[in-house]
Design a protein around this ligand. Sequence first.
Ligand code: DUC
Ligand code: ZN
Ligand code: ZN
Length: 476
Amino acid sequence: MSHFDTLITNGLIITAADRYHADIGIKDGRIVALGQGLSGAEEVIDAAGLWVMPGGIDAHCHLDQPLGDGAVMADDFETGTRSAAAGGTTTVIPFAAQQKGQGLRAAVEDYHRRSDGKASIDYAFHMIVTDPTETVLKEELPALIQEGYSSFKIYLTYDDLKLNDREVLEVLAMARREGGMVMIHAENADCIAYLTELLESQGKTAPRYHGEAHSAIAEREATHRAISLAELIDVPILIVHVSGPEAIEQIRWAQGRGLRVYGETCPQYLMLTAADLDQEGFEGAKCVCSPPPRDPKAQEAVWQALENGVFQVFSSDHAPFRYDDPQGKKLHGEHADFHHIPNGIPGLETRLPILFSEGVLKERIDATRFVALTATNPAKIYGLYPRKGTIAIGSDADLTLWDPRAPLTVRNERLHHAVDYTPYEGLELTGRPVLTLCRGAVVSRDGEPSVAPGHGRFLKCDKPQPARPRGAAKGF
Ligand code: DUC
Ligand code: ZN
Ligand code: ZN
């Protein structure tokens, strides 16, 4: 009988800490050996010339999320996870979203029904808390955090999602007591509403004005407020989808003062600008997302913050709406005011190739930081480490083999999501994930999904160590 189910030989292994040549022995979906000259396997994969990295963790994506306004997400767990796998990702963490008036447990149960048996890669759930009633704060959230749903997102904007400052404080105090990780969408709702009305009163309703309404100042103010509220409670937070220098400065300031404030950014803030919203006709709607892409100086600031450690996490914020679809971007027709356009852009499959090509190969970040940002840090921050996010004995055999020389042109027709466009059409990249394994099974080969839906398993998350408060018990 063979020692191993699979051996990956001759590859250059890259983790968040090291790079070295070694073979990887896999048994029952786990890594059981790392060494040189390993032998005795059912299947041998020769990785000569390839880089072997932990499979990507996309810790912020939206799949089959029910929305109250008639819009429908194009991707469910089947199409979303096959697309993620083709792009080198082996775990996704989408959101079980509470509707106002709904219990949180009901939202989680509903999301299990939506995902059961459909995913081709592993998945955990964050929650979205929109209605922090006493039952939610005192009973449902503490129990759910204990049961493996240890992170959740709150919003400071969007009428149907936002919490006021008092509610944020109550939620943060609960997170501190229970050990949950709080993700915050930081934009100032009143600033956006004011600017939206002003622009509309001047007849400025085209998609490009979405960028003006979602001012970077509104993002900066909300980021600072989120940090202040978290400092008051003494609890770590993570600011999601940071778009530029204004918010980055706030996060860096907080980190400089020793606060546990983490930051996340996404490919759209590296690759798109306000000019992408300003296209012929309604085309700009394809790039409407919040916060919006800004300008080349903002892109540069985002690159720097990836390099210098202000950001810990790089996610897609995949929010899939078809363009030519009355349930998608054209929910209110092709002449809709910008603020009626569903927010979000697709990116599950392009997230890793973009950062690999534009970040690693262009030497803006090194390969170990790429691994930290795309796999190891999200695993640690959301309670999946060391099962996920690294290459170590005992970890799940979630691996992506990269050909660092292969050219890759992004074409929507070659992607595997159910969205009818990519904002990166025609983008020329270098480096491709040529083989992706999730728990030892090949889930994509040469950019094509290769596993049936249902391979993916639900993951319970531990209470994350980075969610622990800094110290002094405050009696909250
Ligand atoms: N903004 C969000 O907050 N979520 C989904 C997509 C987006 O653009
Ligand atoms: Zn958000
Ligand atoms: Zn999002």
